[in-house]
Design a protein around this ligand. Structure first.
Ligand code: SF4
Ligand code: SF3
Length: 559
């Protein structure tokens, strides 16, 4: 069995994982994921035909978002879960095909399901997992060895952007928010990757639209999160531990944390955040719980050691999971689209109901409390509402020269040593430079004491990767307040770290807003062909991060 995956920054040799994922994804799961993406492309093609006939299959649209989300880096490693998603994909696709056929025959007397590609008609013979894996191996990224490399690159760039949108869309859906335009675009974009008639220019146009849809998806999630839990408030998040048992929550799904906090109230169990759940420390709705304790540990790739030392149950709400050690595998609970074979999984909520976290609570009560890793606090809660409340002071500080430049350093963290670059940049920026960040990239520098300037911390942490939207809002409002017509004229530099597909959509979102001169690191994506990379460089002045010293000099000079 072989595989090919190059969707994340840690792909082997910055070329592609071919035997097993650096992330721990087996070839078997990689093939099942490829098959799922292929099938939802077929489903999406039918979704487009259905929309032309005035039919919208809402549940199928939601399914496409969930299926794509399941395939993002470090979310789901469980082959059994993919088998279930594959069966659902085939059933939903065929049900939609029947509706399209019926509507079409009635209206025009022809069969709109004729001439469909294999991905819209293939059904497994029922020979089990091997058959699915075999088919997945045949339909993956390199299925057509003769495909033009720029077309392949653009199709994959579009697919990964859509995966990022799908993740944010799923989080918003869980909070009861959806944007029909974004749901339709997920299908339109996927279907476009099947269209041999689309040349590089047409695909580039779709990639740009994908970025614009990414802005909408992030805006929706921002409204969903703040609508449900209030605007984040500047807060000093505790890093130490409290006496007594605890549960650690990681990932991105705030509703899981919300329900867990409710179900642990008065039970003598503290709830801690980890990784991308750190920003929850700033939401008023969570802070009102006296048993909501501090943040434990750092970013996702350090979790094996941290989870071991935490000692209690861990709830992994989405990415990023790393191969769990046996020492804590039985207390690592996945939920939502996260999955690891052999780890207990908390099922989805029934309509109108809540998830049942009682198993975690009972487990926590049986286990010792967490071992302390560190002490102190870090500032969080500097999302758009908090920053804009101080817009007048900030603009005045810029005019006085007290704040000379903002540096957007959001994105993802990762294992590679080369990411020390971001620590070095953060540490060495002049005292009149303020870092705007979001996503787990901040763990490379958010525990450095960089002090304050003009009464605000020099690291303004807007929240999770999806809260990069907040940084965009801040830039737009600053431009307005300073009477600047183009965001590129603001004293803002971009030094973005990427790892997985949610950072891909953040990047595309920034490009769609016309942001130029973004530095991206620690490497450019392997899925960008030289031709596509050249277009991005020429049109947007996108560049790879370089040596920290040289980049610092360029940033200080306004580049
Ligand atoms: Fe490799 Fe990244 Fe794909 Fe995992 S997600 S298989 S590390 S490219
Ligand atoms: Fe991090 Fe996975 Fe991307 Fe949400 S937790 S930013 S990598």
């Amino acid at each position: 069995m072989s595989m090919f995956c190059y969707q994340c920054q840690e792909t082997a040799r910055n070329e592609g994982c071919t035997v097993k994922g650096v992330c721990g994804k087996t070839a078997e799961v990689a093939c099942l994921q490829d098959l799922l993406v292929w099938l939802v492309k077929g489903l999406s093609l039918l979704g487009g035909r259905a929309r032309e006939l005035g039919i919208r299959d809402h549940d199928a649209e939601v399914f496409v978002a969930r299926a794509l989300f399941a395939t993002i880096t470090n979310a789901n490693f469980d082959p059994g879960r993919f088998e279930a998603l594959l069966a659902e994909a085939v059933d939903r696709r065929d049900a939609l095909c029947e509706r399209v056929r019926a509507a079409c025959a009635g209206g025009r007397g022809k069969d709109c399901c004729e001439g469909l590609p294999d991905c819209a008609t293939w059904r497994p013979a029922g020979d089990g997992r091997d058959e699915l894996v075999g088919k997945g191996a045949a339909v993956g990224i390199l299925a057509d060895p003769d495909l033009d490399e720029d077309i392949r690159s653009l199709r994959e760039l579009l697919t990964y952007g859509l995966k990022g949108i799908a993740a944010y869309t799923d989080h918003a859906l869980i909070l009861g928010q959806e944007n029909p335009e974004v749901l339709a675009f997920l299908q339109e974009g996927l279907a476009a990757t099947l269209d041999d008639g689309l040349d590089a220019a047409a695909l580039t146009g779709l990639v740009e639209r994908c970025g614009a849809m990414g802005v909408k998806a992030m805006a929706l999630l921002d409204a969903a999160n703040t609508g449900a839990y209030g605007h984040p408030e500047p807060t000093e998040a505790e890093l130490g531990v409290r006496p007594g048992p605890g549960i650690l929550v990681s990932g991105h799904d705030l509703k899981d944390l919300d329900e867990l906090l409710e179900q642990t109230a008065g039970r003598g169990v503290n709830v801690y955040t980890h990784g991308e759940m750190l920003p929850a420390q700033a939401y008023p709705a969570f802070r009102r719980h006296p048993h909501f304790a501090g943040n434990y540990g750092g970013s996702w790739w350090r979790q094996a050691e941290e989870f071991e030392r935490f000692g209690g149950p861990i709830l992994m709400t989405t990415n990023c999971i790393v191969t769990p050690r046996d020492s804590y595998k039985d207390r690592l609970y996945t939920t939502g689209l996260a999955g690891w074979p052999g780890c207990p999984h908390v099922p989805d909520r029934a309509p109108g109901g809540a998830k049942d976290f009682s198993a975690l609570v009972e487990k926590a009560l049986d286990l010792p409390g967490p071992e302390e890793l560190e002490t102190g606090t870090i500032p969080v809660g500097w999302a758009h509402d908090a920053v804009l409340a101080r817009a007048g002071d900030i603009v005045a500080a810029i005019r006085r020269g007290e704040i000379r430049r903002f540096v957007v350093m959001g994105g993802c963290d990762g294992r590679h040593r080369s990411r020390e670059y971001f620590t070095q940049v953060a540490r060495s920026l002049p005292a009149d430079h303020v870092i705007l960040t979001a996503g787990c990239a901040k763990y490379r520098y958010n525990k450095l004491d960089l002090g304050t300037v003009a009464g605000i911390p020099r690291i303004l942490d807007a929240g999770q990767c999806n809260d990069s939207y907040s940084l965009v809002v801040v830039a737009m409002k600053l431009a307005e307040a300073m009477g600047v017509g183009d965001v590129n004229e603001l004293p803002i530099s971009y030094d973005i770290a990427w790892y997985e597909q949610k950072a891909v959509i953040v990047l595309l979102a920034l490009l769609s807003l016309g942001v130029r001169n973004i530095r991206l690191g620690p490497t450019l994506p392997a899925f960008l062909s030289p031709g596509v990379a050249k277009v991005l460089v020429e049109r947007f002045a996108l560049k790879p991060t370089g040596e920290a010293e040289a980049d610092l000099a360029a940033i200080a000079a306004g580049a």
